[in-house]
Design a protein around this ligand. Structure first.
Ligand code: TTP
Ligand code: MG
Length: 366
């Protein structure tokens, strides 16, 4: 069966929510991020409306620079709780359309619609229906890419932003990709671009015309991945959990750096709960728990604990995370980001599940 994948990504998400809630902002350059303090502010842009992008503004740009480029813009602080709520409303709608659903960020998700759409024309109609439903029910716009693979669907959703729908059928893949810059391939960022350019690879067309063996010789494993993407041969599944996956993790950045323990704890609990729901759904157990913490100023640390046997226990996991976190509590610095990773994964049948008591009784915890 030919695969038909949709990649759905909200347009200028945080800014779109603010425009929805204040129609006077419609058509104006709206910038969400740190306080610009008339050009003296520190911090960066989270996102901005497409009107602001015309002035050269973009995510992660220092807010002081943004202010210089667009002093008449409307600068707003982010409202994380509101955006999380809107995100889950959108995801609830998307999920209805396929059980093969994978959320990959706060505002993007894949849907495998191969079972319900027998052609790309049907998928186009479905994608339009989804776009209208999201706009009518939630009030924000979403762009959708429709293609035979996840990576091309992602490139396609970006191609006609904002408020776009881009369908790339199998026989059109090479034509669609060939003139694009290599950074359109997910995973090739500014740094890898320099490396690829040095070897004469500038466009995706250059990748297409380079033999696979040569790509592997020049760029190793990543060369193989980009070659496959460029040829429409990425066969990764739309699934919250892939069998070859080595770890599962989540991290969250605080909207404002904090040293309030209750806020940090709530974030750890939220991450822990979300990962455990996924692990339970897929019957996955773990042996290693890793805490990640980034302080104000971007200094980042990780601490891990490996257990003698695989477990899956929310309460026990959070206990370990807090033990690991304790090592930093004396630092008294504000925290920017926290994350948890579970690795050394095992899939188990129910009968084989290990009891937490076994661990509590295990000598290494005494
Ligand atoms: P994106 O989907 O990357 O960007 P976007 O939705 O704002 O714009 P686009 O139309 O190009 O998709 O990110 C989703 C949200 O995540 C974005 O609205 C704000 C937040 N974000 C940050 O806070 N910092 C960042 O550096 C990026 C890239 C996003
Ligand atoms: Mg987006």
């Amino acid at each position: 069966m030919n695969r038909i994948i949709l990649h759905c990504d909200l347009d200028c998400f945080f800014a779109a929510v603010e425009v929805r809630d204040n129609p006077a902002y419609e058509g104006k350059p709206i910038i969400i991020g740190a306080d610009p303090k008339e050009g003296k502010g520190r911090g960066v842009i989270s996102t901005c409306s497409y009107e602001a992008r015309k002035f050269g503004l973009h995510s992660a740009m220092p807010i002081s620079r943004a202010y210089r480029l667009c002093p008449h813009g409307i600068y707003l602080r982010p409202n994380g709780n509101k955006y999380s709520k809107v995100s889950s409303e959108v995801m609830q709608i998307l999920k209805k359309y396929s059980h093969k659903f994978q959320q990959v960020g706060i505002d993007e998700a894949y849907l495998d619609v191969s079972e319900m759409c027998s052609s790309f024309e049907e998928a186009r109609d479905l994608a339009n229906k989804i776009r209208h439903e999201i706009f009518n029910q939630v009030g924000v716009r979403i762009s959708i890419g429709c293609a035979p693979t996840k990576s091309i669907a992602k490139i396609a959703s970006d191609h006609k932003k904002p408020n776009g729908l881009c369908v790339v059928k199998k026989f059109n893949v090479l034509k669609f990709l060939k003139h694009m810059d290599i950074t359109r391939i997910p995973g090739i960022g500014k740094k890898s671009k320099i490396y690829y350019n040095k070897k004469g690879i500038n466009t995706i067309g250059d990748i297409i015309s380079t033999p696979l063996e040569k790509m592997i010789e020049l760029f190793g494993k990543s060369g193989k991945w980009v070659w496959n993407v460029a040829h429409g041969l990425d066969d990764s599944d739309v699934s919250e959990f892939s069998r070859n996956r080595k770890s599962i993790s989540k991290e969250r950045t605080f909207f404002e750096d904090t040293n309030d323990f209750s806020i940090i704890l709530t974030k750890f609990e939220e991450i822990n709960e979300r990962i455990h729901s996924n692990l339970e759904k897929n019957n996955i157990f773990y042996k290693t728990i890793t805490l990640k913490i980034r302080f104000q100023g971007f200094e980042t640390f990780t601490r891990s604990k490996t257990l003698p046997l695989p477990i899956r226990n929310r309460k026990y996991a959070i206990k370990i995370v807090l033990e690991l976190f304790n090592e930093f509590s004396s630092l008294k610095r504000k925290v920017r980001l926290v994350g948890i990773r579970f690795s050394n994964l095992e899939e188990k049948s129910r009968e084989k599940q290990y009891s937490i008591l076994k661990f509590v009784n295990h000598s290494c915890y005494k």
